[in-house]
Design a protein around this ligand. Structure first.
Ligand code: ADP
Ligand code: MG
Length: 307
């Protein structure tokens, strides 16, 4: 046994003449948030689809919870929840009604599965609003609620923040972290946005043209890079108090009432984010400045930057 929720070995996908995924060795550790970062067309969705059996594997293997998934699909897939493409929700039913249908179709056993899932993503249970009237953020939340109906140990989320505004992205980050920290889920999440992965993930894999160029923990990556993180928060003085008390650092500067810069890049941004949010400090944005990680990304991909 090992500590990997997902481990791929030489995973490869070839479409016609094109190699979409090339000999990828991915290591997603149990209980961690793994961010798969790469620009559009890098191969992120293809990797996720292969893990979920939505597209065939050209060569290589995938182990989930220490087992090759080939021939083990019935045992493995009930332990995974995913959003890859927007599930086909009915626009003229409410969110709750939609989830009830999916729960029935899947034979989800727990009687309060729908209510629990909606609570986790912060959607009102038995609200009368029709899915067709949902905002994009609410639709994305319902997609995640649908993915966690059966309380899976492993979540695979393909660009769940796509199209969301900064507040929506911050909220999404918050409950993804909640699922990891409070509920012990393992999460594989993809994005083409560096700052999103930077703020959320414990481990990072950088993929370009189907090749996994680098895999490391976020703290290792930060040691190699990074000058400061600029945080925009609702209450700077409260935020600095939390930083000093809980993270024992005074390695920051205050720019204005809502902005502070954190120079101690060995700190875990996800934990800081969580602590701030839990103490009612809203994190409006978090940006890595001096573009060091961005430069790093450029240098290893040999190309232009990433959003
Ligand atoms: N069904 C398919 N048929 C042919 N090529 C595909 C198919 N799906 C994806 N590709 C190609 O594989 C590459 C990786 O795509 P994808 O995994 O969707 O990247 P990402 O999710 O990182 O944007 C792209 O060049 C894409 O055009
Ligand atoms: Mg994709």
């Amino acid at each position: 046994m090992n500590d990997f929720a997902i481990e791929t070995k030489q995973l490869t996908k070839i479409y016609g003449a094109q190699t979409a995924v090339s000999t990828v060795n991915l290591h997603v550790r149990k209980g961690r948030i793994y961010g798969l970062l790469g620009r559009n067309g890098a191969g992120k969705t293809t990797i996720m689809k292969m893990i979920l059996g939505l597209t065939s594997i050209t060569s290589g293997e995938i182990n989930v919870f220490g087992r090759n998934i080939k021939g083990q699909e019935k045992q493995v897939y009930p332990r995974i929840g995913a959003i890859i493409e927007t599930p086909g929700f009915y626009p003229n039913l409410t969110g709750t009604e939609n989830l009830e249908i999916f729960a029935k179709l899947r034979g989800t056993a727990a009687p309060n599965a729908v209510e629990n899932a909606m609570e986790v993503v912060g959607l009102p249970y038995r609200d009368k609003k029709l899915f067709g009237k949902y905002s994009l953020g609410m639709k994305q939340r319902l997609g995640i609620a649908n993915a966690i109906l059966h309380d899976p140990e492993l979540l695979i989320l393909d660009e769940p923040t796509n199209g969301l505004d900064p507040i929506g992205i911050a909220e999404m980050r918050e409950f993804i972290r909640h699922l990891s920290v409070e509920r012990g889920k393992t999460i594989l999440i993809s994005s083409h946005i560096l700052s999103e992965i930077y703020l959320l993930a414990d481990d990072i894999g950088i993929i370009d043209h189907g090749v996994l160029l680098e895999e490391s923990s976020m703290s290792e990556l930060k040691k190699k890079n990074g000058r400061y993180v600029q945080l925009q928060v609702s209450d700077v003085s409260k935020a600095t108090l939390i930083l000093e008390r809980e993270f024992h650092t005074n390695d920051y500067s205050v720019q204005d009432d809502h902005t502070l810069r954190l120079y101690d890049t060995a700190l875990h941004m996800g934990e800081i984010n969580k602590a701030l949010v839990m103490q009612d400090v809203t994190v409006i944005s978090s940006a890595l400045c001096n573009d060091t990680l961005e430069d790093y990304f450029k240098s290893i991909t040999g190309g232009e930057g990433i959003a």
